[in-house]
Write a protein that binds this ligand. Structure first.
Ligand code: ATP
Length: 927
């Protein structure tokens, strides 16, 4: 693996008091020289160094934000898209411009920092790669006083000591923190378990998350920075990509950590006290540990002290891991900050000795892998069907055998065993397997039946030891050693011929009677048996003694073994007493020119007319195909699904591709694919011609690619109808709830206005009553405490004032009610808003899946932007929304690229405002 050193850059904060005498910045040589005059107080001879020279990968002096991003961070975003993990860290003293570099000014688009620019660039890059499907997730972690906080959790759960924190939307401390733990995976990547990973489908959504998280970040104030970050934050873009056109099981995953470290500070300088002092201790401590890690990595030590603090633990894979790392050292080049500047530059220098091993993170999506294999199998089947069609094998079926087909095959095997059929056809491996399976079925049946008969015969549940074993019975069947007629299970019914030899003569000799049983066949049967033997001799020459001849062999004194071998050599069984094949059968056999094994199922043979015995090719017949007249219409759904079925039902038995039916249901000339594909395509309504099918899913044809819009509209009416219906219903309810929310808002405002009027009236009355004689004691007011019980002096009011006070109380009650209704409506709206979004995402995800399954690739447009396909939100805008819309339109005219930034900022501001309103309203009510 190639090691790559951490890239280190220095950025200076612009200042009017640049320490010209002490600092020289060379942007060409990428170096910063620092000179410190000898301190007179320490004498002329001392060990204090006078000058330092620091060089790094890049020095940016008074550089604007866009340059910083373009030169330093953009390549990191590009690498993340390619699958590399990356980390961009800003380091430096407090007030040096770390947060400005990383986040920038949120109220000025031009001054936005690396994170918003990285987000914009990421989504632009994604848009420019339509062949890839991307998923972007965002997490935002804060490390404050050695505690981890999820800045994107609905309730951030943090109790901020003192005045330092801003809390959720400035709402102050809330809830309790969820458990966040640092874990490491097998690849050495660190993760924070429990941290939210929120999917962002657009730049605006991602910026919303950034700004929301920022409002939750802890910011404090000290003498060097009015808005000093009192915590370390890690904003992470998790990027996942897979191909839309090729195999989609390969997934590239990467994360880009954008780390804003809290600034080191000298507490004397910052005048930190109390909470700020405590924070400073934690900050300085964690930065010291970070430095130790960097030193250990630079020295290539075997032990790296990552675990000493949460910061180093969580950044383990960012420094010294498998990612590309960029560190920006922010310096404040003023004479008063020289000590800190030197310290920062020293750290930067150490960081340059650290190297990483960047690797592309490839993962395999098992579900997608299965889907791919399914698609491969589908394609191979289609190809096989086409191949079969071209080589006159279109009737061959590859689907699992149906019960009916098995039954037919079983009959055929029995016919073969009994000799009614000379040969068993061989169609394909699958058919051979099924044939053997039927042999086994028959054998098992025979065995079971034989055992039953033996038991019945001996009248016990188990046959005596000297009874023929099941094996004997099997061999009797196999060698035709039975007597009489074969029953349906292949069991011989009847008696041995006089001259027959038992299979296991020893066993029979040991019968309880001690006599050898002689089974006498009736004379009629014996004659028939002899006639059969003669016929066989005539037909088989020397093979006359096979099977049925065994008894005779014994009578002739021929050894039993020999006759059995011959019997096997003949390759067929003709048990004694059974009707052997006559000349007719033998002639039929001679007529055949092709060999049976390895030959097709008689696709060219006309349907057999021989006394209803099924010929080989009939095996491939299915009930559905069998009734198709003259081969059936190719567009028939059954046939479409099973292209080879019913092929040999065509009049004359011809099934070759160039004999396809004019409706193009199969054969290569029908659109160059076998019947199933074109017919299925037709069934879906996507292909030309044909009808039928359930229409819920288009053809699996990969060649046909409908436009995404058409496919989506089709999907919404078929497979996605249910979820699309739910979405519509949710949207309807959402609009209704929004209407109720607006009404509730108006009621609250009305009640508030009434309260204001009454308050003004009350104040006026109170002012006018100064000096006038009191009339009514306020204790008479409903709900007032008993003033008599109290020793406090009682303020007495007149009738009018009393009336206004009563009205004010009622107005407050109305306000409270209206506000409760407003809160409930707001909760409903935000719940439904989320629900609608989830539904929409689900619909789009299902659509992608459906499209993938149907056409073998994802639609050529990112899923996120598919929301355009959905109808625009029909909400009636309230005043605030209208104003926002006007702002957005104005910005869009001036700088279209800035729209997402400003819209996200407005969204968050509105949320903050709403949250603050709610907060102060609750307080008002409490009063
Ligand atoms: N390159 C710059 N251009 C313009 N203003 C800057 C620049 N760098 C910093 N500033 C300003 O300096 C002030 C301090 O910057 P910032 O808050 O980013 O520092 P910091 O290093 O993050 O400090 P702390 O560690 O205390 O959070 C801010 O008002 C910021 O706007």
């Amino acid at each position: 693996m190639v090691r790559s050193a951490v890239t280190v850059c220095v950025r200076t904060r612009p200042t009017l008091q640049f320490a010209q005498d002490n600092i020289t910045v060379d942007t060409e040589a990428n170096s910063v020289d620092v000179k410190v005059m000898r301190s007179k107080s320490q004498g002329y001879v001392n060990n204090q160094q006078e000058a330092w020279s620091f060089s790094c990968d890049k020095v940016l002096h008074n550089a604007p934000q866009d340059e910083v991003f373009a030169r330093l961070a953009r390549p990191m975003v590009d690498s993340a898209v390619e699958g590399y993990n990356g980390s961009v860290m800003v380091y430096g003293q407090t007030g040096a411009g770390k947060t400005f570099t990383m986040t920038g000014a949120t109220d000025n688009y031009r001054h936005r920092g690396i994170i918003p620019r990285a987000i914009a660039h990421l989504f632009k890059t994604i848009e420019a790669k339509p062949a890839l499907a991307f998923t972007v997730r965002i997490s935002y972690l804060e490390l404050y006083n050695e505690h981890m906080y999820d800045l994107l959790a609905p309730v951030t759960g943090r109790v901020v000591p003192g005045a330092g924190g801003t809390g959720t939307f400035g709402g102050g401390p809330v809830g309790s923190a969820p458990d966040l733990t640092i874990v490491e995976d097998s690849a050495g990547n660190t993760h924070v378990r429990g941290l939210s990973h929120v999917v962002a489908t657009s730049e605006e959504e991602a910026l919303n998350l950034l700004f929301e998280g920022d409002t939750n970040r802890i910011v404090g104030s000290h003498s060097l920075n009015k808005a000093s970050s009192r915590s370390h934050t890690i904003f992470t873009l998790h990027v996942e990509s897979r191909s839309r056109v090729e195999s989609t099981e390969k997934v590239l995953t990467s994360k880009l950590n954008l780390v804003d470290l809290a600034g080191s500070e000298r507490v004397k300088k910052t005048d930190s006290t109390g909470v700020t002092l405590q924070e400073a201790k934690y900050i300085n401590q964690s930065l010291t540990f970070l430095e130790q890690v960097v030193v250990a990595l630079g020295d290539r030590r075997s032990h790296i002290p990552y675990r000493q603090t949460k910061l180093t633990n969580v950044l383990k894979d960012s420094i010294g891991g498998n990612c590309k790392t960029l560190m920006i050292a922010n310096i404040w080049p003023e004479a008063s900050q020289l000590e800190e500047t030197i310290s920062t530059l020293r750290f930067a220098q150490r960081m340059m000795r650290v190297s990483n091993e960047p690797t592309i993170n490839v993962q395999y999506d098992l579900a997608a892998l299965c889907k791919k294999y399914e698609a491969d199998i589908r394609e191979l089947k289609e190809e096989l069907a086409m191949h079969d069609a071209l080589s006159n094998r279109a009737h061959i079926v590859y689907d699992p055998y149906t019960d009916q087909e098995r039954y037919e095959l079983n009959k055929q095997v029995k016919a073969y065993l009994t000799g009614e059929l000379d040969e068993l056809p061989v169609i394909n491996i699958r058919h051979i397997r099924e044939t053997f399976a039927q042999f086994r079925v028959i054998l098992n049946n025979v065995e079971a039946s034989a055992l039953k008969k033996l038991r019945d015969h001996y009248g016990t549940s188990a046959p005596p030891a000297d009874a023929p074993s099941a094996l004997d019975v099997k061999s009797m069947v196999a060698t035709g050693g039975g007597v009489g007629e074969l029953d349906s299970d292949g069991f011989h019914l009847g008696e041995f011929a006089d001259d027959a030899k038992p299979v296991n003569s020893d066993a029979l000799k040991r019968r309880p009677s001690g006599k050898v049983a002689r089974h006498k066949a009736p004379r009629k049967k014996r004659l028939a048996s002899e006639r059969g033997r003669k016929e066989m001799r005539a037909g088989h020459g020397d093979h006359d003694s096979g099977d049925g001849g065994r008894g005779g062999d014994e009578a002739d004194g021929e050894p039993d073994g020999r006759s059995r071998r011959r019997s096997r050599a003949s390759g067929r069984t003709t048990p004694k007493g059974m009707s052997p094949l006559g000349n007719k059968a033998k002639k039929k056999k001679k007529k055949r020119t092709t060999s049976s094994m390895g030959r097709e199922a008689g696709g060219h043979d006309p349907p057999s007319t021989s006394k209803g015995h099924p010929r080989g090719h009939d095996l491939s017949r299915t009930p559905s195909a069998a009734h198709l007249p003259g081969g059936g219409a190719a567009g028939d759904a059954d046939r479409a699904r099973s292209p080879s079925r019913g092929g040999d039902d065509l009049e004359g038995g011809s099934v070759v591709a160039d004999h396809e039916t004019p409706d193009g249901g199969r054969g290569p000339s029908a659109g160059g694919r076998p019947g199933n594909a074109s017919a299925a395509s037709a069934a879906s309504g996507y292909g030309g011609g044909g009808g039928g099918g359930d229409g819920s899913r288009p053809s699996s044809s990969h060649a046909f690619r409908p436009s995404r819009e058409d496919a989506f509209s089709e999907f919404k009416h078929t497979a996605g109808a249910e979820i699309a219906g739910i979405l519509e219903e949710n949207k309807r309810v959402y609009h209704e709830k929004k209407r109720l929310l607006r009404e509730a808002g108006l009621s609250v405002n009305g009640a508030k206005a009434a309260i204001d009027v009454l308050r003004a009236k009350l104040n006026a009355l109170r002012e006018s009553r100064v000096g006038a004689p009191p009339a009514v004691a306020p204790s008479a007011l409903p709900g007032a405490h008993d003033a008599a019980a109290s020793s406090e002096p009682v303020e007495v009011i007149d009738e009018d004032e009393y009336q206004v006070l009563v009205e004010l109380q009622e107005a407050k009650a109305t306000y409270r009610e209206a506000f409760e209704a407003y809160k409930a409506a707001k909760a409903d709206v935000s719940y439904l808003d989320r629900h609608v979004t989830e539904c929409r995402q689900r619909l789009l995800a299902d659509f992608d899946e459906w499209f993938m399954a149907s056409f073998g690739h994802l639609p050529l447009k990112p899923a996120a932007s598919a929301s355009e396909l959905l109808e625009p939100n029909q909400d009636v805008l309230d005043d605030g929304e209208k104003w926002d819309l006007q702002q957005t339109q104005r910005i869009a005219k001036e700088d279209p690229d800035a729209v997402a930034f400003y819209t996200a900022r407005m969204n968050v501001q509105r949320k903050v405002f709403a949250s603050q309103q709610q907060h102060s309203a609750s307080r008002r009510i409490r009063r």
